[in-house]
Structures are given as C-alpha cells and as structure tokens.
Design a binder for this molecule. Structure first.
Ligand code: FOL
Length: 200
C-alpha cells in the first residue's frame, strides 16, 4: 500500500494572507470555492478508494457555513483539543471525526481506505502539516485584502525554498481541472490556480 501523500489546499493573497477575524478575507469567489469542492471531492480511478479526506482545525470547521458541513462526499477530520479519547469506529454523515493531533488524523485516514488526503487549514494546522506535505494547491489571489492569518510556506516565482511550481499540464493531470493559463476574474478579483511540489 502506497503511503498517503499530504496535499495542502489554500487560497491566499500575494502576502500569503488567508483569513481575517475567523473567516476568509474575501467574499463571492464562488468559482474558486467550486474548484475547492471539486478538487477535494474527486477521486481517481487508479487509487481504487471511493473517498478523499479533508483534515482541518477546529476554527476552520467553525468557519464553514453550517449547511455545508461536514463537507459532503469527503471524510471530514477535525483536529481539536476536545477530541474524545477514542475516535468513533463508524463515521456519522452528520458529524466530523474529532482527533487531537495531526498524526492521529493521518492514522485515521490510513485505516479507512482513503484515496487522497487534503489539509484545508487554517494557519495552525498548515504549520503542523507543512513539514510533511508533498504538494500545495495554491490559489493565488492577486488583490490585497486585510488579513490577520497567513499561510506558512513562501511560494514565489517558480522555485522557492525547496518547492517547485508545476506546469498547468501537471496540475490538470493531478487535479483533473483544466485551468485558464491567464487566471480568472471573479468579483473584481483576479486569481490563478497553481500546484507546487516539494523538490526531491
Ligand atoms: N482552498 C481554496 N482554494 N479555497 C478556499 O476557499 C479554501 N477554503 C478553505 C480551505 N482551503 C481552501 C477553508 N474554508 C467551505 C467553506 C470554507 C472553507 C472551506 C470550504 C465550504 O463551504 N465548502 C463547500 C462549498 C460549497 C459551495 O460550492 O459553495 C464544499 O462542499 O466544499
């Protein structure tokens, strides 16, 4: 069995800002959110597993509108200090799995026939996962928003501190998404979809 690779998925400003006052700094990037939903949900035939996992911190869980959580068609794992001593054996459709550490989250995913594992934030969880991550799916928001929370990995140019930006073809092959070369505009906000991988 291939070990699970960890992929971080994030939308961030040029300053790597990701949040403000417990929510996202922008509103109305609906197509960006739809990309997030498709990419984190889509499984690939080669994996043989029916479901991906999304790992998040408790504050990110709280930030998701209640009608959208748990994020559907994905195993939701929440890292929280108030996790039960034993994670449940059966996953309820209405509740996320609560664990205390990132390692417990990964162990849980390993034990449950999961195809891909995405870390979806926030800053504290990205911090913990950065060392272990193989890939970052970054949506680079090309507009300045006030932010009080930041993504911990600096990704600039085409190579950055042990990370390399992959081509649009590579992004398509991995995500199944055919993205616009020149980025897209929504609500007066321009952004680009990027994929970065750790250099061997
Ligand atoms: N990564 C990217 N690229 N964009 C994001 O907005 C993003 N957001 C988070 C983590 N990584 C991201 C964390 N915040 C929902 C809300 C907030 C959130 C993550 C997800 C949410 O409601 N998701 C629904 C979308 C429903 C819709 O299409 O509007 C989902 O099913 O994924």
């Amino acid at each position: 069995m291939a070990p699970l690779e960890l992929t971080l998925i994030v939308a961030a400003t040029r300053q790597m800002g990701i949040g403000l006052n417990g929510t996202m700094p922008w509103t109305g990037l609906r197509k960006e959110m739809a990309y997030f939903r498709r990419v984190t949900t889509r499984t690939h035939a080669s994996s043989g597993s029916p479901l991906n996992a999304v790992i998040m911190g408790r504050k990110t869980w709280d930030s998701i509108p209640s009608q959208f959580r748990p994020l559907k068609d994905r195993l939701n794992i929440v890292i929280t200090r108030s996790a039960p001593a034993q994670p449940p054996r059966d996953v309820l459709a209405t509740e996320p799995v609560r664990v205390s550490t990132l390692d417990q989250a990964l162990a849980y995913a390993r034990g449950h026939d999961i195809a891909r594992v995405f870390v979806i934030g926030g800053a504290q969880i990205y911090d913990m996962a950065a060392q272990k991550a193989k890939r970052v799916l970054l949506t680079r928001i090309e507009r300045d928003f006030e932010c009080d929370t930041f993504f911990p990995i600096k990704l600039e140019g085409t190579q950055s501190a042990g990370w390399a930006k992959k081509s649009r073809d590579d992004l398509r092959a991995w995500t199944g998404e055919d993205v616009e070369e020149d980025g897209q505009v929504e609500n007066d906000t321009k952004y680009h979809f990027e994929m970065w991988e750790r250099e061997e």
